[in-house]
Design a protein around this ligand. Structure first.
Ligand code: ZN
Length: 96
């Protein structure tokens, strides 16, 4: 896997939308949850990251929408935020 510091996976954890951030060694760095806050009249989507409740939003909510539209949720693929590319995890079965 190439260098870079912005690897993510996008998946469901139980019934909660979840974006996991990895460091450059692919150790889990942070786990962010995206959920609906039910309000009177309208629901609001929030993320558990520090910017998750700001009106400007955060990259995780965008990432979730992008992954959903590209059918990448729960595939286990890694998303490189810098290059905007999905990468298949290293496959030990096929490695010579
Ligand atoms: Zn967030």
């Amino acid at each position: 896997m190439s260098a870079g510091n912005n690897w993510y996976t996008v998946r469901w954890e139980n019934k909660t939308a979840c974006v996991v951030k990895f460091d450059q060694f692919l150790f889990v760095e942070e786990v962010y949850y995206i959920y609906l806050l039910r309000g009177r009249g309208r629901n609001k989507r929030v993320c558990t990251c520090p910017a998750g409740n700001k009106p400007t939003g955060c990259r995780h909510k965008d990432m979730w929408d992008m992954a959903t539209s590209q059918h990448q949720v729960n595939l286990g693929w890694f998303y490189n935020y810098d290059t905007e590319e999905w990468q298949v995890p290293f496959d030990n079965e096929r490695a010579g």
